[in-house]
Write a protein that binds this ligand. Structure first.
Ligand code: BG6
Length: 516
C-alpha cells in the first residue's frame, strides 16, 4: 500500500455500468483491503441526485463475496464458514447481529455503513466538470468514464486541464464503444491524445480481467504439455463462443447502433484470440505482451462478408411464456437489421497458425449463458482404436475447453476405455472445475482491472495500435454488411441460434463443440 492519496471519480455515476459493476468492484476492493489508506470516491452524473439518493442507489448493488456466500446459508446466526480468513471472521463476529434473519442478510452488506461515508458523491446537473474538489487535497487521480463516447473528449479536456497543474498521476479508464469503425475509432484516439498521453489512457475490455482469460497464458506458458501442441501441427480449429440467454432488454438504444459484432466479437472474443495465439512474449511486462498480441492481429486477414453469418432473434413462446423479438424492444427501430447473433471464421497468416480456422460465435437471447474457448485437436494418425469409433472419427479427437463462465473450468476431453471385459471406448473429461478446486469466490473482472489501473499495470488494457488492428480486421466487412443491408437470419428467442452458423463451420470442416 502506498502512502499517497487517491481519488477515484466515476463519471456517469448513475448509469447501469457504474451501478452494476464499477461501484460494487470498488466496494469489494475496499472490503478486501486492496485500496490505499487514503482514498475517496466521487460520483458524477447528469441525473440529478443528492448524496443521499446516490448512496441509496449504490448501496442496493454493493455486495461482497463473503456476504454473497452467506446469503445461501439458512440462518445468519452462525456458524461462520471455517475457510474465511481470521480477520474476516473476527470482523463478522463482532459486527453481525445474532438475531439477523436470512431475509435481512440478503441485503445485509456488512461494511456499507462503514464505506458509505467514504462515498463523498458530488453530483451535478450540467455537462461540464469542475474538479476544484480535488485540487491540493489529492495526489493521484483515477477517472472512470462510464459515458457515451460522444462526450469522452469534452470530459477528458476538463480532466486534463485541471490535472495538469497538480502533482501525482492522472489516469483515465475508458469503456467501449471506441468508435464504430476504423475511422471513428482513429478520430477518437486522436482527440483523446490531444489531452492525454497513451500511458494515461486505460481502454478497458473487461473480458481481459476474467479469471480464466488471465489463466490462458499460465496454462500455455507454464505447462510443458500444452505449448508444444499449440500450433497448426496439432490443432485443427479453435472456437471462441459467447452466448447469453437474455436479449437486449432496455439496452436496445445502444445496441442497435453497434450490433453483436462490435459489441462482443471485435473486442472480447478477438482479445481472447490474440492471447491464445500470440508467440511467447519476452516477459510479462505490459509492452512485451501487447507487442505480441498486436502482431497476431496484424497477421490476420480482414474479414470478408462470406466469412460471416448474422442472425437476429425473433419472438417465441414456450410453456405458456412468451419471449419478445429484438424488434419488440421499444428502444429498437422497427425493421432494424442489426445482428444480435453472428458467427465468423478468421485466419492468422503466420507459420504457427496458417490454415487453422478460428471460429467465433456470439449471440444474445440464446438457450444458455456461456463463454468458452474450445480447442479441437487433430486426429491421431493411424489410430489403433479407429474401429471403436465407427465412422465418426471426429468423435475421437481431443478437445481442450476453457469455460470462462459460468462454472469456470478447464477440461480436456480424452478417449478412455470403459471399464469392463469388452473394449469399448468413450470420451471422458479430465476436469478442473474451479468451484471444486478453489472454493473461494472468484473476483469480478472489474476488480482486477480497477486494481491494475490504480497500480499503473497496463497489461490487461488495450493499446491504441491493438485497437487500430482490431478495427482494421472488422471494418471492411461491417461496411459491406451495412451497405448491402444484409438481412439477418431470424432465430427464436431462447434457441441455439441460426442454422447458418453450422453451414459456416461446415465450410471449414468444423463442428461446433458446444452443440455436442
Ligand atoms: C458487454 C456487452 O461488453 O459485455 C454486453 O456490451 C454484454 O452486451 C456484456 O452483455 C457481457 O459481459 P459478461 O461479463 O456478463 O459476460
Amino acid at each position: 500500500k502506498e502512502e499517497s492519496t487517491l481519488s477515484i471519480t466515476v463519471v456517469g455515476a448513475s448509469g447501469d455500468l457504474a451501478k452494476k459493476k464499477i461501484f460494487p468492484a470498488l466496494f469489494a476492493l475496499f472490503y478486501e483491503d486492496w485500496l490505499p489508506e487514503n482514498f475517496t470516491v466521487f460520483g458524477y452524473a447528469r441525473t440529478k441526485l443528492n448524496d443521499e439518493e446516490l448512496r441509496n442507489m449504490i448501496s442496493g448493488t454493493l455486495t461482497c463475496r463473503v456476504n454473497q456466500r452467506f446469503s445461501t446459508l439458512p440462518d445468519l446466526s452462525f456458524p461462520i464458514p471455517h475457510d474465511l480468513n481470521a480477520d474476516t471472521r473476527e470482523h463478522l463476529q463482532g459486527k453481525l447481529p445474532h438475531t439477523a434473519k436470512p431475509s435481512y442478510l440478503k441485503n445485509f452488506e456488512l461494511p456499507i455503513e462503514a464505506v458509505l461515508h467514504m462515498y463523498s458523491c458530488g453530483t451535478r446537473n450540467e455537462n461540464r466538470l469542475h474538479f476544484n474538489l480535488l485540487a491540493g487535497k489529492v495526489s493521484n487521480r483515477l477517472f472512470y468514464l462510464s459515458i457515451p463516447p460522444n462526450i469522452f473528449v469534452d470530459v477528458v479536456r476538463s480532466v486534463s486541464l485541471r490535472a495538469s497543474s497538480l502533482n501525482g498521476w492522472t489516469r483515465v479508464i475508458v469503456e467501449k464503444p471506441f468508435g464504430r469503425d476504423s475511422e471513428s475509432s482513429g478520430e477518437l484516439t486522436r482527440c483523446l491524445k490531444q489531452y492525454l498521453t497513451e500511458d494515461q489512457i486505460f481502454r478497458i475490455d473487461h473480458y481481459l480481467g476474467k479469471e480464466l482469460v488471465e489463466n490462458l497464458s499460465v496454462l500455455r506458458f507454464s505447462n510443458l504439455v500444452f505449448e508444444p501442441l499449440w500450433s497448426r501441427d496439432y490443432i485443427r480449429n479453435v472456437q471462441l463462443i459467447f452466448s447469453e440467454d437474455f436479449g437486449t432488454e432496455g439496452r436496445g438504444g445502444y445496441f442497435d447502433n453497434y450490433g453483436i459484432i462490435r459489441d462482443i466479437m471485435q473486442n472480447h472474443l478477438l482479445q481472447i484470440l490474440a492471447l491464445f495465439a500470440m508467440e511467447t512474449p519476452v516477459s510479462l511486462d505490459a509492452e512485451d505482451v501487447r507487442n505480441e498480441k498486436v502482431k497476431v492481429l496484424r497477421s490476420m486477414k480482414p474479414l470478408k462478408l462470406g466469412d460471416v453469418i448474422v442472425g437476429q432473434y425473433k419472438g417465441h413462446s414456450k410453456s405458456g411464456k412468451s419471449y419478445p423479438a429484438y424488434t419488440d424492444d421499444p428502444t429498437v427501430p422497427k425493421g432494424s437489421l442489426t445482428p444480435t447473433f453472428a458467427a465468423a471464421a478468421l485466419f492468422i497468416n503466420n507459420a504457427r497458425w496458417d490454415g487453422v480456422p478460428f471460429l467465433m460465435k456470439a449471440g444474445k437471447a440464446l438457450h444458455t449463458r456461456r463463454a468458452e474457448v474450445r480447442v479441437q485437436f487433430r486426429h491421431v494418425p493411424g489410430n489403433l482404436y479407429k474401429r471403436n469409433f465407427g465412422t465418426d472419427l471426429d468423435m475421437a479427437t481431443n478437445e481442450l475447453v476453457l469455460r470462462v463462465q459460468p462454472d469456470e473450468a478447464i477440461y480436456l476431453r480424452i478417449n478412455n476405455k470403459v471399464p469392463g471385459l469388452g473394449m469399448r471406448l468413450d470420451r471422458s473429461d479430465l476436469n478442473l472445475l474451479y468451484s471444486a478446486r478453489y472454493p473461494r469466490e472468484i473476483p469480478d473482472a472489474y476488480e482486477r482491472l480497477l486494481l491494475d489501473a490504480i497500480a499503473g499495470e497496463r497489461r490487461l488494457f488495450i493499446r491504441s495500435d491493438e485497437l487500430d488492428a482490431a478495427w482494421a480486421l472488422f471494418t471492411p466487412m461491417l461496411k459491406e454488411l451495412e451497405e448491402k443491408k444484409i438481412v439477418p437470419e431470424l432465430y427464436p428467442h431462447g434457441s441455439r441460434g441460426p442454422v447458418g452458423a453450422h453451414y459456416l463451420a461446415a465450410k471449414y470442416n468444423v463442428r461446433w463443440g458446444d452443440l455436442g
